[in-house]
Each structure stands twice: as C-alpha cells, then as structure tokens.
Design a protein around this ligand. Structure first.
Ligand code: UD1
Length: 430
C-alpha cells in the first residue's frame, strides 16, 4: 500500500500552480454526455475520481478521447445504456450527476447509489425530490437509483437545505425539460456557477447561478462546446494553509482570489499576511499563530472541505480555538490521528475545541478521507521528525501530483510503497 513519508520542519516557500476544480469537473463530465456533438473540456484535473467518471461515461457508450492529461473530448451521440454501475463508480460521490444528465437527455437513468468520503450520512433525498418535481418516477432498488419519465416539465423547487449536488443535478435535468424551472435556496458555490456556464455554452438557458434563485428555461437539445474548468479553490486553500502551518511563504497561482475570500479571512485572523493579485494569492506565515473561531457554512461561508486543513493550523496557534462543523457530522476523524502527533483537541458533537500546542511531532497516521488526509500531510510537513501517512488512496482521489507540488515548495515528502523505500528516504534526508 502506498504511503507518504514526510520529514517535517521545513517552511514551504515558492510558487505552486493550481489545477482545475475537481468538483466542477465531475459534474461537467457528466453534463457533457447530454449533447450529441463533441464537447472539449480543458483544465481537467488528473485525479482518480475524474478517471472513474470518464470510465463510467465510456462504459455507457460515450466516445472519450484524452487529448492530453488535462484535456478531453467527449461525444455522447452513441450512448446505448442508461445503467451505470461498477465497483469504482459506487465509491465516488459525483456518480449522482449521471442521474441528472441521463434523465434530462434520455428521460431514463439507473445509477448505483453514490459513495464518496465517509464524512456523514450524505442523503440524496433533495436530488430525488427535484427529479420527482420535474415529473420523473424515482425508485431505489437493489442499491440503484432508477429515474424515468415520459416527459420532464418545468417546475418550482425549494431545496430544504443548501445542497451543491442537488442544485447541479436539478439544473442539468431541467435544462432539457419542457418549460421553466425555478430552484429556490440554491447552492451558490463557484462550481455551481461553473457548471451553469458550461451548460449555457452548450445552449442551455440558466440564469441566476451564484445567487440563491436559479431560473432554467428548458431547451430542445444541447450542442458542441469548448470549455475550460475553473481553478480548484480547495486545492488552492490547502496550499495556503500549508504555508501558514509550516511558517512558509507561498504564492498560489492560477486561482480566482474572490473564491478564496473565506480562507483568506481566516488566515488574516490567525495573523498571516495575504497579498492578492489578479490570479494569484501569496500567503506569508507569522509566528506565533493566533487562535480564532470557525464555522463551516455553504458558500460564501467557510467551506467544509477546508475545515481539516484549518484545524491543523489552529492546532498550532496560541490559545484556544473552536471549529463548528455545520455541514457534515463526521468530519473530525483527523482529530484522533492528529492527537498521535501531539495535538490537543476535544470534540463535542459538531464542535472541536482546539488547545494550541507549540509543535507537532512526527508519527504514523492514516488518512481517514480526502481532505482530512491532505490536512495530515500538512501536519507532517509542520511536525518535528518523520511522519508516515497511510491510505493515501483517498488523497489521490482529489489532489494531482500533491507530493510533487509540495516538493517544489521545499517540502520533504516522498510517496513510498515499502519499508525499504522509507529507509531509503530517511537515509537521503539525513
Ligand atoms: C459536495 C462536494 C463535497 C463538499 C460538499 C459541500 C462533490 C462531489 N462533493 O458534496 O466535496 O464537501 O458539496 O460543499 O462535489 N443534503 C441532504 N439531502 C440531499 C443532499 C444533501 O440532506 O439530498 C445535506 C448533506 O447531508 C449536507 C448538506 O446537505 O449536510 C450539503 O450537502 P451537499 O452540498 O449536497 O454536498 P455533496 O453534493 O454531497
């Protein structure tokens, strides 16, 4: 099993290029099959979940041509099956986007119930409520979600909870429904806007994405398009917190600073300096880091996907901080791992009370999920001594060349697959 081995203590310094947003890309790949003409997608992150999605759409008959690692051409004209199920697709969350895409185009879809990181119960009732409101019959049977309709018709949908996935899924299906659909209490995340922009490039008519009311006028069909995916705000934020935790100075390039405002605000609160440029952000760490309070919220609030990385920084701050996790109930699984490195954090319900310590010490830890895994790598880079992170499979689902990018910033980190390789790494750095 692959692991990261890390020798901590070196401040990360330099520049890092951010790739395309994984969560936007997953929805955009699914939406691409809704046209019978060729769609070219650029700035695709080369990560595991993306490859699973590409494989899934290829399996149902879409033509997929990988132009280069970050560019793909997709043509959905020859799709011959509406059932999506394999052991890999069952493990990713975004498989649910194939429901909206296939239901919209063919009025028929059967997709394995989504998996994804075990960060909470993660129901999909709001997606299904939306499909039903559009006129589909929806049933869950044998671990699959089956949705079908004679016709989809525009409607008014109120989302009881702000959900990124449900907003995007309903937007996709409604794009090919008859008449107008309104989604109220819609998610406003940058990737919701990105998927709406992409669908509009394909000929859809979506207005209001980025606000809490989205209006969609259904069209007959979607057509060819070329599209470049927005930068990944979570990858960017991860490197920003890595700079803060290691006492570094990192310029994160190819980002949209507006999307990073919540992250930037928290870095300023803990005392870091942050400079914003047109498409870059520079984070200069401070010592000591100050304590603060964080609550995760839907965009433009502080993202739940940045919560573990923020926890690592607060664990090293002076004084007592709190993190309130309001989106997913099981997102503090990194806390027990971090305790092995000397952190002093108490979790009570959805609140983590963080008593800052002077330093972390290297230990053997395991990645409980994607973002918590990335956070533990940051902790290892900040720690005294050697850290090994197990189960890096999770991290590779969402971060492209994570170790390589960290090495370019001066981080001493290596992907290894045996004890022998760990020893070799230790020899090299000693
Ligand atoms: C997406 C992201 C994930 C991110 C999350 C919140 C992908 C593949 N994943 O997940 O990385 O952490 O947004 O920004 O893009 N809910 C319901 N019923 C539903 C749907 C959601 O109750 O039908 C609840 C969830 O349990 C959660 C909240 O709504 O408490 C927000 O979830 P949602 O925004 O839908 O998250 P995901 O789309 O699963």
């Amino acid at each position: 099993m692959d692991q990261y081995v890390i020798k901590g203590g070196t401040p990360l310094c330099g520049e890092v290029e951010i790739g395309g947003a994984k969560n936007a890309a997953l929805a955009i790949l699914a939406a691409a099959v809704m046209a019978d003409e060729t769609i070219t997608i650029e700035n695709l992150p080369n990560v595991r979940d993306i490859n699973v999605m590409l494989q899934a759409i290829e399996n149902i008959g879409a033509h997929v041509e990988r132009v280069d690692v970050h560019t793909v051409k997709i043509n959905g004209a020859l799709i011959h099956g509406f059932t999506v199920d394999n052991e890999y697709i069952r493990k990713i969350r975004a498989s649910y986007y194939l429901l909206g895409a296939l239901l919209g185009k063919y009025k028929n879809a059967e997709v394995a119930l989504p998996g994804g990181c075990a960060i909470g119960s993660r129901p999909i009732d709001l997606h299904l409520k939306g499909f039903r409101a559009l006129g589909a019959e929806v049933e869950i049977r044998h671990g699959m979600v089956a949705a079908s309709a004679k016709d989809l018709h525009g409607t008014h949908i109120y989302l009881d909870k702000v959900s990124v996935g449900a907003t995007i899924n309903i937007m996709m299906a409604a794009s090919l429904a008859k008449g107008r659909t309104t989604i109220e209490n819609a998610a406003k995340e940058p990737h919701v806007v990105d998927v709406a922009n992409f669908l509009n490039c394909m000929g859809a008519s979506i207005r209001g994405a980025g606000t809490d009311v989205i209006r969609i006028s259904g069209v007959e069909r979607l057509h060819k398009a070329e599209y470049s995916i927005i930068p990944d705000q979570i990858e960017a934020g991860t490197f920003m917190f890595a700079a803060a935790a290691t006492g570094g100075d990192v310029t994160v390039k190819n980002v949209i600073p507006k999307h990073l405002e919540a992250t930037t605000a928290k870095l300023l609160e803990v005392g870091c300096r942050v400079e914003e440029f047109d498409d870059a952000v520079r984070v200069m760490a401070c010592h000591p880091l100050h304590h603060t309070q964080v609550t995760t919220l839907p965009y433009p609030g502080f993202p739940t996907d940045m919560q573990p990385q923020m926890g690592i920084v607060l664990g090293l701050s002076s004084g007592t901080s709190t993190i309130t996790e309001s989106i997913f109930e099981n997102r503090f699984k990194y806390v027990d791992e971090l305790a092995k490195m000397g952190a002093n954090i108490k979790v009570e319900g959805n609140i983590a009370i963080i008593y800052g310590v002077d330093r972390y010490t290297g230990a053997r830890v395991s990645a409980p999920d994607l973002r918590a895994g990335a956070a533990l790598v940051i902790a290892g880079l900040a720690a005294e001594g050697i850290t090994t992170v197990d189960d890096i499979y999770y991290i590779e689902r969402g971060y492209e060349a994570f170790d390589e990018k960290l090495r370019k910033l001066g981080g001493q980190i290596q992907k290894v697959s045996s004890e022998k390789e760990i020893q070799k790494f230790k020899l090299k750095i000693s």
